[in-house]
Write a protein that binds this ligand. Structure first.
Ligand code: ADP
Ligand code: MG
Length: 256
């Protein structure tokens, strides 16, 4: 792959939690324009990789490059500035906020824990200034969830929350969007909607996506290539058909 064709490069990435090796010399690249699937058994280290590349965890070794820029060890808002934005497997705490307010919490820095950070983190404040109500509302319309704008963010369904997360991430104008289990716990009707929106972002808005998904049917029909993680490193990478037929992948899932 040429340098400019790679939006994310992970090289020899390592992360330990005490004695547990969560990321074990992982290396892979996400090609611009693709929907790349990241799969693997529970505990394989998929979410950890997302946390490492988006600046939420600091790696013990290795490098992360986004659009050619070394972002290893950078803060989430700095990584977002290079074009990489992520959503969370478990939506963040949004108590006391309406959907519209949740959309306005600094999209580029993705505070995660508390609204307070918006006022204490200079990066967050800068990011918040760039978001505005009209942009947020337009984005909610694009995702067909503008009718939820004044609802408490904690009162909407899990699937609707996933759509809000997607809309919020898009406010940051990413080149690469990382989605952690976008259809987990989502009803089938909304899962179809999510799929359509993801395909639209890729085809019409030139967004590259890297998607962790447990639902094998969903990911195999949406993503190409598929990267299989096992025990913190890349086991296999290839087309959905190649991955499906690979004995090592079958063994990893049975063993896990
Ligand atoms: P996956 O998303 O593939 O299911 P994770 O990346 O969440 O896997 O976890 C990989 C391993 O790292 C697991 O054994 C998990 O318990 C461990 N792990 C992940 N995050 C932490 C953390 N913050 N502290 C301690 N252990 C963690
Ligand atoms: Mg996970």
């Amino acid at each position: 792959l040429d340098k400019e064709d790679v939006v994310l490069r992970v090289d020899d990435l390592q992360k330990r939690f005490g004695g547990l090796v969560a990321t074990d010399h992982a290396s892979f690249a996400v090609e611009r324009g693709t929907i790349t699937g990241l799969i693997g058994p529970n505990g394989a280290g998929k979410s950890t990789i997302f946390n490492l590349v988006s600046g939420f965890y600091e790696p013990d070794g290795g490098t992360v490059t986004v659009n050619g820029a070394d972002v290893t060890g950078k803060a989430p808002y700095e990584v977002a500035d290079e074009g990489l934005v992520r959503t969370f497997q478990t939506p963040r705490k949004l108590e006391g906020m309406t959907v519209r307010e949740a959309m306005l919490v600094g999209p580029r820095e993705q505070p995660g824990e508390s609204f307070l950070q918006l006022f204490t983190d200079p990066g967050a404040v800068r990011a918040a200034e760039t978001a505005n109500i009209e942009d947020a509302h337009r984005m909610l319309e694009t995702f067909e969830i503008d009718h939820l704008a004044t609802q408490p963010a904690t009162d909407i369904s899990g699937g609707q929350m996933k759509l809000v997360e997607l809309a919020r991430a898009m406010l940051a104008e990413p080149d690469l969007l990382l989605l952690d289990e976008p259809v987990a716990g989502v009803n089938p009707t909304l899962a179809v909607k999510l799929r359509e929106h993801i395909a639209r972002l890729n085809e019409e808005e030139d967004i590259t996506l890297c998607i962790i998904e447990h639902d094998m049917e969903f990911i195999m029909n949406l993503a190409d290539p598929i990267i299989v993680l096992d025990q913190g490193s890349v086991l296999v990478e290839g087309s959905p058909d190649a991955v499906r037929a690979d004995d090592r992948v079958i063994d990893a899932y049975l063993g896990g």
